[in-house]
Write a protein of this length. Sequence first.
Length: 657
Amino acid sequence: MSILTLVDVTKSYAGHDLFSGICLEVDHGERVAVVGPNGCGKSTLLRAVTGDVEPDSGKIKIAQGARVGYAAQELGDLDLESGLLSWVLEALPSWADFWHEWEQAAQSGDKNKLEKLATRQAHLEQTFGYNPEHKAGAILLGLGFAMEQFEQPMRRLSGGWRERAKLARVLLAGADLLILDEPTNHLDLEAVEWLEQFLLAFQGALIFVVHERTFLDNVASHVLFLGGSKPVVKRGNFTSFLEWFVENEKHKERQAAKISARIEHNLDYVRRFRAQARKASQAQSKLKQAERLRGELDDFTLEKRRKTLSFTLPKPDRSDKVVAHAKDLEFAFPGKPALWPALTFDIFRGQSIALAGPNGAGKSTLLKLMVGELHPNKGQVLLGPSTRMAYFSQHQAEVLVGSNTVRAELRRLLDPRTTEEELCGVLGLFLLGEDYFDRPVSKLSGGEKSRLALASLFMNRANFIVMDEPTNHLDMESREGLIEALNGYEGTLLLVAHDRFLLTEAVDEVWAVGPEGLRVFENGFGEYDEWRRAEAVRVAQAGPAGVILEPGRRRPDKEERRRRAEIRNAVSKELAPKKVAYDRVERELESIMARQTELETLLADPATYSKTEEFVRLTSEYKQAKEREEQLFMEFSSLEESITELERRRDELLAEE
């Protein structure tokens, strides 16, 4: 049975259909990416599935008992006072009540209650993991948090890091149906790739919206396309969907051309013979055929996924050969070591460079030093005499004047030499048509403000553009527009971005920033990515640094012995219910296998075949017995593995005494 079923789901807004007639089934292990142009209702559909939005018509059914996971909560005052790790762990049920019940049952000698609790424990561990603290820590580290942040109050986290914490909580809680709306926002490259691997290992059903094309290709098993005349569901990743989409449009063009030719042929016949009485009836018949064919032609309306635009970027003034020069550049935050050794480098006219490196490497800091937002502790940055720089930061939308209309704000920001053709072309590239011109900037969404800021950046004729995370708040169409603009730009580019498709398509060089300085990859992101992965393998194979022990063994002090005793007792407390569950599963397994043998004997008896109802009943029972045997074997193996591990830990603690 499917975990999620949508039947003819429709939702309208202000008299306009966001989507209509969506039919979809999502089962275990399926990962559905919802894609489509801006405003087609992708996020609204996810909210309809979670129950936050009511569809106008149709049915949304989630399998009974299925756990649904999505990050929808707003953080209250109590949440903000919690430590990061504690807040994430609150997504899981507390074990305190369970162990209280266990101790009461053990003291009263209630074996039946103990068996039930053992079954419940196995279910909890299978559902939420054997070691939730360890799992929570692994998720937080995977999403880019440092261990020293684990005890940090939530209120000290920035908005982006709070979103990461919400995502960590959802992933830890687990779900049968996981719903993620733009989970890669605010994640750096390493965190995005970690999330990909987590979702590929996820056993439940996943439905998600993401604007990073590489992520879509790596994660999606199915694509649901909205925004056309009707929703389309295709098996495969996003690239395979695009290939199908292009081929389907070509097929529709060919079919439409054939129908148009038939219509024209019929109309030509009507024009020639309608006035002749002898052929008037035939002409009328041809006219009806033409009308019917026009109806068929409507079925072949082309649905461009994204408009192909003709645009011309304003040509920037020519810069000197050396656009920017950094000499002995050093920077450290107060009380912290320097981010990198002294950096000396030149940026030359026409270079297209992306800064890369792990979280905390100082990529954005280096950009801010280049544009003068920060001052170096040592060294200096010199711009060429004819360098004209434009800077896009992660908070660029905040500098827009909200009281201005879009048209007035554009006139304030763009170069006065910009032509109407250049203006319309660039605005169209960033999905800001004439219907936006008279809107107040304050009424624009975050994504629309980012697009406006980006459009103005390319229209002020700067010959050196510096960008810090330009894809934040941009949907896929806007990112494609940005890539086209970057490829059409004739100046010099320096940026930080985590969209791998953009880095592959729009950047010539990658400069890796880190504690060892700068490493230049002249062949672009592919070369850098290959090096980065090889480096990760090398570090993993090297393992942690060895620890030199003092000769001889010091007897543990009283406090250490007490600590070990507490751990040993905790291990024993975990071990006892598992052994009870192990015995129960073993008994049930023996019983079910014995029953299978009986059923095999009965089904092999020719007399059974003559009794149709009896044969059907026995066959059904045998199938159920086989399925139950498989479940028990998995539970048996899991318990055996857990018991072995706990006994090993207990023995190690005893050996240390």
